[in-house]
Design a binder for this molecule. Structure first.
Ligand SMILES: Cc1ncc(COP(=O)(O)O)c(C=O)c1O
Length: 404
């Protein structure tokens, strides 16, 4: 209900509202919880000489062979609308990729190409959540997943991972106990941004069995599934699900193939979800960008060498970071099993948002505050090490100056 009316009783245009903050937009937008990660990025951008390792992307450009796929598509007129759930060729290529890398047979009617992992997440949540539904999320977790739940006017409940000496573990009993009759979704991101925690195959099976018995959906964000330092890929919920299980898996081209700006991802679900996801995508975004999908096909077909080279670089950076930070007695850093994030504590810096602000003010370094990933991340700081050695060294130097 608008508070301000024109004299003739018509509601005033937003521009004429004395205070339009709480009048023009849905209540759930006004009620979105704080996003300290986005806040700190806005704060840091004001500084000209800022060095940012606060966002979740590497500094390598998309490889040429991927770009050429998209360029050729553009040159041959693939610049118009395409199918809402992606071109058949891309859906087939994703299916081939699961067969080759995951040893899983997924028919294309279970694979929905989307305009980013973020879009895949929104499509899945829009398909499932009614207002007031409960989502149980394992945290710390990428904040957008929680924000998306809030946008759906649903509620999330956090189940924090445990951390001992920098090793993160899941208390399965605590997870199961957190589920009530109102729980609609179990929301899990493994490998995890920001902790690098990787759920074991046995844990995945236990959760899938539990969810199946309780008719709860699992929404599993597996965007970092290939960024693991032991083995070819992380365990997936798809390993333990039947074709009809209540499971959506979110994935993306962003991280493994250096394609964050392409805005391409995919969702895997049961075949019976195809129509619902198509309907939502139709009204929401009309499908992924056409020519970009031809770059994505090249990424899947020829991207393995690039992924290995990136992993070698990141592994080296992680070891380098561990050596540098080991010399700092206030820092407790354990190299992660996966992803390209260092998520660590600095003794005496309990207020991570204030600390992140101070890093910007004092040494022009932008890192993400742990509280941006749910309550369980409070007191931590996240550094993305998917950058050149020079930039990493520069960032660590600035951090060292700030804490000594
Ligand atoms: C866990 C997780 N899922 C999804 C995404 C977003 O992927 P996309 O760039 O495809 O939207 C991110 C980005 O940081 C992420 O960390």
């Amino acid at each position: 209900m608008r508070k301000h009316l024109y004299q003739d009783g018509r509601p005033a245009h937003p521009a004429d509202q004395p205070d339009n903050d709480d009048m023009d937009f849905r209540r759930c937008i006004k009620n979105l919880s704080d996003n300290p990660g986005a806040e700190i990025i806005r704060y840091g951008r004001r500084k000209k000489d800022i060095l940012s390792l606060g966002q979740g992307e590497g500094d390598a450009p998309t490889p040429d062979f991927i770009c050429r796929g998209a360029e050729q598509a553009m040159a041959t007129g693939k610049t118009l609308y395409g199918p809402v759930l992606g071109h058949d060729d891309l859906r087939q290529e994703i299916s081939n990729y699961y067969a080759r890398i995951y040893k899983l047979a997924l028919p294309t009617n279970r694979i929905f190409a989307t305009s980013s992992g973020t879009t895949a997440m929104h499509l899945a949540l829009t398909a499932l959540l009614e207002e007031g539904d409960e989502v149980v999320a394992v945290t710390p977790i990428w904040k957008n997943l929680l924000g998306a739940v809030e946008l759906m006017q649903a509620q999330f409940k956090e189940v924090p991972l445990r951390s001992e000496n920098g090793i993160w573990t899941l208390d399965l009993e605590a997870l199961f106990d957190a589920c009530t009759k109102n729980t609609r979704i179990l929301l899990i991101n493994s490998p995890s941004n920001p902790t690098g925690w990787v759920m074991t195959s046995a844990e995945i099976k236990a959760v899938m069995d539990f969810a199946r018995a309780r008719n709860i959906w699992v929404v599993s964000d597996e965007v970092y599934g290939r960024i693991v330092y032991d083995g070819q890929r992380a365990p997936s919920f798809l390993d333990h699900a039947t074709a009809d299980d209540r499971l959506f898996v979110i994935n993306s081209f962003s991280k493994s193939w250096a394609m964050t700006g392409w805005r391409l991802g995919w969702l895997v679900g049961p075949a019976r979800a195809e129509k619902a996801i198509r309907d939502i995508a139709l009204y929401d975004n009309m499908g992924p960008p056409t020519f970009a999908q031809y770059g994505a096909i090249e990424a899947l077909r020829h991207g393995e060498d690039f992924i290995s080279a990136q992993l070698d670089l990141w592994r080296g950076n992680m070891d380098y970071m561990a050596t540098r930070l080991a010399a700092q007695d206030r820092v407790i850093f354990t190299p992660p099993e996966s992803t390209f994030y260092g998520f660590f504590k600095i003794d005496g810096e309990e207020d991570c948002l204030a600390f992140a602000r101070r890093l910007i003010d004092d040494v022009s370094l932008l890192l993400a505050p742990g509280c941006a990933f749910g309550r369980a991340g409070q007191g931590y700081i996240r550094l993305c090490f998917a950058v050149s050695r020079d930039r990493l060294s520069d960032a660590l130097g600035r951090l060292e100056r700030a804490i000594t």
